[in-house]
Every structure is written in structure tokens, then in C-alpha cells.
Unconditional design. Structure first.
Length: 130
């Protein structure tokens, strides 16, 4: 089990085709969640598929977290499924609003599978923290 420490943040960004001089993809920040810690959910996060930059409070965010580590990325659907199980067994008060927000991005396809709605298919869920 990989236990995450404090200072975990989850960022939802929408990558674009724009790149800065270093080749990082511009990804406007949609929202972020200050999670304090995310416990076993860190196992869902893998190295990000691209190097992204975005703005927080008008300043360009670095492509790595405050601890010098690159952001990691997880499937929004995988995080939703994990949270549905965790919310029942957890007293982590920040899981419920995160789950509610992420669920609002989903629809069911013609085969009854939960997928991201067409307006959100390109959104990425990034993690920073330790």
C-alpha cells in the first residue's frame, strides 16, 4: 500500500494544442481540489502523458509539483470508481465533493458504460504532492 502524505492536490485541466517555447502543452486549469492526502488513490496515478503547464492565480504553474516531482495523471473514470468504494468506508471529508464533481462530468453510452461527456473527453486529472 502506498500511503500519500499531506499537501496532495488534484488539478483538472483541458489540454490544448498550444505549446510554450519548451514544448509543454498549455492546459487551462478548470478547477483543483486541495485533498490534504489521498491515501491508496495514489496507485491510480501514473506519469503524465505529456508535460503540461497552466496558470494558478495568474501565474504560470511549473510542470512539476512543489516537491520537484512531475505531475502524475489518472483516468477520471478510474478515480470515480475508486471513490465510490472509498466514500462508503472512509471518513475523508474531501472525497464526497470530489466524487460529486467528477460524476457530474459523466454520461452513459449506448452500451450502458459510464464515460466522460463529449465536452470533457480531453480533460486530464493531474496530481501533485507527496
Amino acid at each position: 500500500m502506498c500511503m500519500m502524505g499531506y499537501e496532495s492536490r488534484l488539478y483538472i485541466v483541458e489540454p490544448t494544442t498550444l505549446r510554450n517555447d519548451l514544448g509543454y502543452a498549455f492546459a487551462p486549469l478548470i478547477t483543483y481540489f486541495d485533498m490534504s492526502k489521498i491515501g491508496e488513490m495514489t496507485d491510480l496515478f501514473k506519469p503524465a502523458s505529456d508535460l503540461y503547464y497552466f496558470y494558478i492565480s495568474g501565474a504560470e504553474a511549473p510542470v512539476q509539483d512543489p516537491y520537484g516531482q512531475p505531475y502524475t495523471e489518472a483516468s477520471i473514470i478510474d478515480v470515480i470508481n475508486h471513490l465510490r468504494e472509498e466514500v462508503l468506508d472512509s471518513n475523508h471529508r474531501r472525497y464526497i465533493p470530489l466524487l460529486a464533481y467528477l460524476e457530474s462530468l459523466t454520461v452513459f453510452d449506448g452500451e450502458g458504460r459510464e464515460v466522460l461527456g463529449k465536452d470533457y473527453k480531453n480533460w486530464k486529472l493531474l496530481h501533485s504532492g507527496y
